[in-house]
Design a protein around this ligand. Sequence first.
Ligand code: SF4
Ligand code: SF4
Length: 350
Amino acid sequence: MIFRIIEKTELKELVDVMAVNRIIGPVQKGTGLDGKPLYAFGPVADFNDLKLDYTTTARPAKRYFLPSHETLCNFKIHENGWEKSVDFNIHEPHVFFGLHACDINALHKLDKVLLKSSFPTPYYAAKRMNMFIIGIECKPQPFCFCRSMGTDSALHGFDMFLTDLGDKYFVEVQSAAAFNFLKNINTSDPKEKDHARYMEVVAEKNRKFTATVDTTDLAKILDMEFQSDVWKYWGDKCLSCGTCASVCPTCYCYGVEESVDIDLKGAVKKKHLYSCNLIDFAEVAGGHNFRPESHTRLKYRYYHKHRGFAEEFEESLCVGCGRCSEACLAKIKVPEVIASIRSGVKPRGR
Ligand code: SF4
Ligand code: SF4
């Protein structure tokens, strides 16, 4: 790792240097009912659109490397047989400018399944390999419990990581490509006072976390509480809308649909991301549904995140970003669900 200092006045220059590639970053998309800005990841056409001091985004940047809908292959049928064409939908290189540590850690988790497993997904790999990642230190929100999940800082998986020291950024450089980009702008070696300020900023950030999840032996607790009636309590509230999965940076479950042209001369196979909370998620041919009740589906989501994935990879498939809790119309919040399962007590007044 190499450390550099960039004055804030130099940041536009850095963005301009990066702009030979498509830049995706946090941009403001209007304001909420409370008057606060709403942010989303989107193309950054102008330096002034890049909001590096954003709080969080309602949706992750997932659609750029794991789109909700994707064509897997096309078939053409003609007199002499048929041909299949596969397009991995490789994007031109994208610079992701301003990912928080939780979203960088979400990519690590997706990589474990979609890139580094026995059966990697070429459609994901094609886009993942074309990513240049610039992280930025976050501002913890009341619903963030990433500190409990060990994902509040990113140790690897980025090209550079910026920490706001006031009038300058402390930069952790982790790739030769990033080092070479930085040669185009004015940077300096951090001084002792910069390192000290960096430590202060990180300590200040850590003090701002308020939401917590007790993850001690969580996979074993889930094993023991599989039959808990607390699952039914939460499941009865669930609307089975699937929103939690669509805003989750680590949910990757999907369905595949094949359709044939009406003239039987062509066919297409498409993939779409799906949610295990949707009513037909576990329905099989013949119409049998292995999880017809909402509480069994809700439970499955928690078991995949905190037990099944943990058994395989020794870590949870949740980065504690809190997006699902914020988006849920039924106000089902991960910290409350896990606390109630651990205690066996349903929350009062809900
Ligand atoms: S967002 Fe809430 S209501 Fe909708 S499926 Fe998820 S837990 Fe259920
Ligand atoms: S389960 Fe919820 S808190 Fe965990 S990573 Fe997904 S959206 Fe974030």
